[in-house]
Design a protein. Structure first.
Length: 199
């Protein structure tokens, strides 16, 4: 068993960050992270969580995921784009989320950008898809920034997106499955089934 893969509550191997219990994080690992999606709300959520993660740990941000979904109207892009300064003032006082005014405002502005940008975010993400031939062998192999992420970040900034850097964009790419960074041996890794058959 790879050192960065653990056996979960159900006997299945997963990336060790998912833990071993039947938890929200394990379900997120199994159902969301690295799963290719073109859904606008899912992509907006991934972009927003990455925005709030800047300077913080993923576990802190993920622990507030439900609260963010409530605060930002289930990540409905049109609804968030219609939020006002009064909503920003209210959310800055909401202890269930990360109360950073600049990031809250950027989230609303990013929703407005999503409604007007061309090409749209799903189409733009498609142009940066990575076709992995093998899974990373360890967490140490995972980059935090890639040339594609740098180019993608510049394109998003040119469209008007805020709080978008190469690191957060690469995290976004991992999240929505533009790149599959599940570790070798994990049930979600690109080569897991082929490897399992060969044993």
């Amino acid at each position: 068993m790879d050192s960065d893969v653990v056996i979960g509550y159900d006997g299945k191997p997963r990336c060790d960050w998912a833990g071993t219990g039947d938890t929200a994080l394990a379900r997120y690992h199994d159902e969301v992270w690295g799963t290719r999606t073109h859904d606008e709300s899912a992509m907006f959520e991934a972009l927003t969580l990455g925005l709030f993660q800047v300077g913080l740990s993923w576990r802190i941000v993920f622990g507030k995921r439900d609260a963010f979904q409530t605060a930002f109207r289930s990540f409905d892009v049109t609804k968030v784009a219609s939020m006002t300064g009064r909503d920003v003032d209210r959310l800055v006082e909401d202890p269930s989320i990360i109360r950073n005014r600049a990031k809250i405002q950027a989230t609303i502005e990013n929703a407005r950008t999503m409604l007007s940008a061309s090409p749209d975010l799903p189409a733009l993400a498609k142009s940066y898809e990575v076709d992995r031939k093998r899974a990373p062998r360890s967490l140490a192999e995972l980059p935090t920034v890639t040339p594609d992420a740098e180019a993608f970040s510049k394109r998003l900034k040119s469209q008007g997106y805020r709080f978008i850097g190469p690191t957060s964009v690469y995290a976004f790419m991992q999240n929505v499955g533009v790149v599959n960074d599940h570790i070798h041996g994990c049930i979600r890794a690109v080569d897991y089934h082929a490897t399992a058959r060969s044993r």
